[in-house]
Design a protein around this ligand. Structure first.
Ligand code: PHE
Length: 459
């Protein structure tokens, strides 16, 4: 409560819309594209269980910490970290955490926009009946045709990013809020419809079994760490997105309750996405563990063989596209907010500059699927071996920068911010005391383990 400041970008018009915007950020490619294939690769229910634990002990407290910091400072992540650090008599170097977060967000957006572009492309393909009756070879050929053609990839990346830039350029109330208001109901409606379809026509029981019956034999150490890492990504943590959105939240928004709602909603969507995809996979006798290709190769194959498949495939990829947009806007916002605050650049202009920067960065993932597919610049390092430029971008941002920011945010919120300040923002409740204990002692240790593992030190 009682933040002494106002944000120059304005405020969300209600608490409800703030929560929906956070859910929009959290629900994205991570839920619909990554979660099902991670679960598929790592033994289904056992993975889901570990992921839920990570969400509770790392995701939830960190989400609260980011909301706390953003709301208290009412600035973009860079300036928020700086302002609060100085106010608490700490080093202004803490601003570096904001920089790292903002940078990670920009890097991820460049890659995210390319994959979001695939979703867009697939909406049109599905609608034109391209998947009807395809076999496995044709389905994977269709995917290769897209990723192998730099011009097409570039066109979709451009389109996807253009929408993101347009939304963010219009500001908090007229851009972010308006987009969320339209896209989120569509997204949830489509998801429920697709679960119904999977229940009606797919092998639903088999999917429920797969997702909810823990098979601990399939749970390797790598699976545990994948679950930890995914908890970060899917909740939009460590990239300043939550911090940036929280800067526009009202003073009386209850931090812990909001965090809990967002975490629950994000998890529910991930599980529903699993229930919308796996029944189709199983009923067509396909393999659940087919990696990133699950959504773009396996599902078209499944839809192609089913009743009204082209209609539901179109709806599925439309859902994926909307989910990606409500996340991509939150990836661009931290950097835009910084430019507006620090350099007093008009928002539309600031957004355009960054749009051009992200578009240019996006050339790297675009070309890494075709003309640069053979480029493996860091092959000499065991940690980076065999990774294309796209893989490297994802790996460095998601697996290294993000946990690093998460660790720093946990330490800052738990140990550098005085309890007076955090108590003032969060209220003197049992929940607050629990949160303080977890963010001080459990979250940093758990994140450190993920980080050391990602850096290859624990292998
Ligand atoms: N949470 C989003 C997803 O699951 C990705 C994201 C990460 C969005 C960080 C914003 C910030 O797809």
């Amino acid at each position: 409560m009682v933040s002494p400041r106002h944000s120059v970008h304005g405020q969300w018009s209600s608490r409800f819309i703030f929560i929906v915007a956070l859910i929009g950020s959290a629900v994205g490619l991570g839920n619909v594209w990554k979660f099902p294939y991670l679960a598929g690769e790592n033994g289904g229910g056992a993975f889901v269980l570990v992921y839920l634990l990570c969400t509770a002990f790392i995701g939830l407290p960190l989400m609260a910490a980011e909301i706390l910091i953003g709301r208290r400072a009412r600035r973009s992540p860079v300036l928020a970290m700086r302002t609060l650090a100085l106010e608490e008599g700490r080093s202004s170097l803490w601003a570096g955490v904001g920089w790292l977060a903002t940078l990670a967000a920009v890097l991820i957006l460049a890659a995210y926009s390319v994959v979001g572009g695939w979703a867009m492309a697939y909406v049109f393909r599905a609608a034109s009946g391209a998947f009807v009756g395809v076999d496995a070879y044709q389905a994977s050929q269709l995917f290769r045709q897209l990723t192998g053609d730099p011009e097409r990839l570039l066109a979709w990346h451009t389109l996807f990013l253009a929408v993101t830039v347009m939304v963010v350029g219009r500001g908090v109330r007229h851009g972010l809020e308006e987009a969320v208001r339209w896209f989120m109901p569509i997204l949830i409606g489509l998801l429920l419809l697709l679960v119904w379809y999977a229940w009606r026509y797919g092998a639903f029981d088999q999917a429920v079994d797969f997702l909810f019956r823990p098979n601990f034999a399939a749970l390797s150490g790598g699976a545990v760490l994948a679950a930890l890492g995914h908890a970060f990504f899917t909740l939009s943590l460590g990239m300043g997105a939550v911090m940036a959105y929280a800067a526009y939240a009202g003073d009386r928004v209850p931090v812990l309750q909001v965090s809990l709602m967002v975490v629950l909603a994000d998890t529910a969507v991930a599980l529903l996405a699993g229930l919308a995809t796996f029944p189709l996979v199983f009923s067509n006798g396909l393999a659940p563990a087919s990696g990133p290709g699950l959504v773009f190769e396996t599902l078209p194959l499944a839809f192609g063989a089913m009743a009204d498949g082209e209609v539901y495939a179109t709806l599925f990829f439309a859902m994926l596209m909307f989910a990606a947009w409500t996340s991509s806007i939150s990836l661009l916002e931290p950097a835009v907010a910084y430019l507006v605050e620090r350099w007093r650049i008009e928002r539309p202009l600031a957004t355009s500059y960054l749009g051009v920067a992200v578009w240019t960065l996006g050339l790297v993932p675009v070309f890494s699927f075709n003309i640069w597919a053979h480029v493996r610049p860091l092959d000499g390092w065991p940690l980076f071996q065999g990774r294309t430029l796209f893989d490297l971008m994802n790996f460095v941002s998601t697996n290294l920068m993000l946990p690093l920011v998460g660790l720093a945010v946990a330490v800052f919120a738990g140990w550098r911010l005085s309890p007076q300040t955090s108590r003032l923002e969060m209220g003197r409740t049992l929940g607050y005391r629990l949160w303080l204990g977890v963010i001080r002692f459990i979250t940093p240790v758990a994140v450190l383990i993920v980080l050391l593992n990602s850096a290859g030190i624990l292998q």
